[in-house]
Structures are given as structure tokens and as C-alpha cells.
Design a protein around this ligand. Structure first.
Ligand code: PRP
Ligand code: URA
Length: 206
């Protein structure tokens, strides 16, 4: 199974704040931002580099740059909450956006937006969404990325349900999932248990 659980004391503390129903919108946003920054280090730790010559004020030296452009793709809406943390770390990354929402009855993703940078095909693409529940939204997002030519994709979420991990892995076995927590299960409304509730509503205060 292609899943990496990113464990760090700061992430555990911030994730507890994110989970708590008592947490204000402001603190929720700050905590997600902190987690996203810490996750970004791990999600990017094996990005390929190439050597590049440079001159320091003292002499010539060999530096490094990314071998391929990096594109972050948050799934709207809730994925936007993690974007700032990722772009704070990798300031040179481009951003594509995919708009999906879950139909309340069927739980199937409905697509309403897709905007990608032109260099998607040669890029390292990092798909971002806090919740991997049934997996439907992330699976559809990767389908759309592949249709637009993306070849190197990884997926970062805050909380994953085992059902979603399994479905995602079956649909896209070549895409590694990074999560801050692997929770127990889904409830009868396909919400993650214990989870954090509705990520979009909590982040946007709706
Ligand atoms: C949430 C979340 C994921 C999706 C996960 O979005 O941000 O995109 O649900 O559920 P799934 O794995 O069962 O597809 P939501 O549909 O609530 O839309 P929003 O981000 O606009 O609030
Ligand atoms: N979407 C959410 O925002 N939360 C869940 O628990 C499941 C899907």
C-alpha cells in the first residue's frame, strides 16, 4: 500500500486542535497552516534535484535546483486551506486548481472547475485535500490530472479513512498518499470517524 503517515509532535498537537469541535475558525486555519508546512517537508523529501553552477562572493561552487517544476493542486474548496503552508515552503511552485464537491445523496464527486498550468506534463504534481473519505474526490481529481497529461503525482491529506485509502490505491496504485492521520472508519454519512467534521465548512466558517 502506497501510504506514508507523517508523524511529528507538532503535527499531533495541531491536529488535535483541528479535530476539536471547540476550536475557533481562526485557530482552525492557523493549525491547518502549521500542519501543511510540516507535511510539505516530508512530501517533498525525495524530489529529484540537478546540479547547477553558481558563484558565491568567494568562488565558484555547485548548487542544486529542482529537476522538474513543482505544481500544487488543491481540490476546492477545502484544499485551499493547506495551500498557503505548502507555498510558504516551496515558493517557486505553480498552482493548479480543481473544483469538486460531494453530492450529499450519492457521495459521488461533482466537478465544476479545472485550471492547470501548461507545464503540467513535465511537472511533479502534488494534489492537496485535507480529507480522504470515500476516496471519490481524490480519485476523480487524479483522473482529471492524468487526462491533462500529469505523469508524476503524489497526494497529501490531513486525515484519511481506511476505506478511502483502499479505494484510492486500487484506482491509482502509482500515486503515493501522504497523511497526517489514518482514522478508524466512515460513518453512515461517509464522514470520517473521528475525523474533524466538514473540512470546508470549518475552514471557511460556513
Ligand atoms: C470534502 C473534502 C474532499 C471530499 C472528501 O469536500 O475536502 O474533497 O469531501 O470526500 P470523499 O473522499 O468521500 O470524496 P466537500 O465535498 O465537502 O467540498 P468542499 O471542500 O467544497 O466543502
Ligand atoms: N468531507 C469532509 O469534509 N469531512 C469528512 O469527514 C468527509 C468528507
Amino acid at each position: 500500500m502506497q501510504i506514508t503517515t507523517i508523524d511529528h509532535p507538532v503535527i499531533r498537537v495541531r491536529l488535535s486542535q483541528v479535530r476539536s469541535a471547540e476550536t475557533s475558525v481562526t485557530d482552525f486555519r492557523h493549525a491547518i497552516n502549521d500542519i501543511a508546512k510540516l507535511m510539505c517537508y516530508r512530501v517533498c523529501e525525495d524530489l529529484e534535484l540537478e546540479e547547477t553552477p553558481l558563484k558565491t562572493p568567494i568562488q565558484s561552487a555547485v548548487g542544486h535546483r529542482f529537476a522538474r517544476p513543482v505544481v500544487f493542486v488543491p481540490i476546492l474548496r477545502a484544499g485551499l486551506g493547506m495551500l498557503q503552508g505548502f507555498t510558504d515552503i516551496l515558493t517557486e511552485a505553480s498552482v493548479g486548481t480543481i473544483g469538486l464537491y460531494r453530492d450529499e445523496e450519492t457521495k459521488q464527486p461533482r466537478s465544476y472547475h479545472n485550471n492547470m498550468p501548461e507545464h503540467l506534463a513535465e511537472s511533479e504534481v502534488i494534489l492537496i485535500d485535507p480529507m480522504l473519505a470515500t476516496g471519490g474526490s481524490a480519485i476523480e481529481a487524479v483522473n482529471q490530472l492524468r487526462e491533462k497529461g500529469a505523469a508524476r503525482i503524489r497526494f497529501a491529506c490531513l486525515i484519511a479513512a481506511p476505506e478511502g485509502v483502499q479505494a484510492f490505491n486500487e484506482a491509482h496504485p502509482g500515486v503515493r498518499v501522504y497523511t497526517a492521520a489514518l482514522d478508524e472508519c466512515l460513518n453512515d454519512k461517509a464522514y470520517i470517524v473521528p475525523g474533524l467534521g466538514d473540512a470546508g465548512d470549518r475552514y471557511f466558517g460556513t
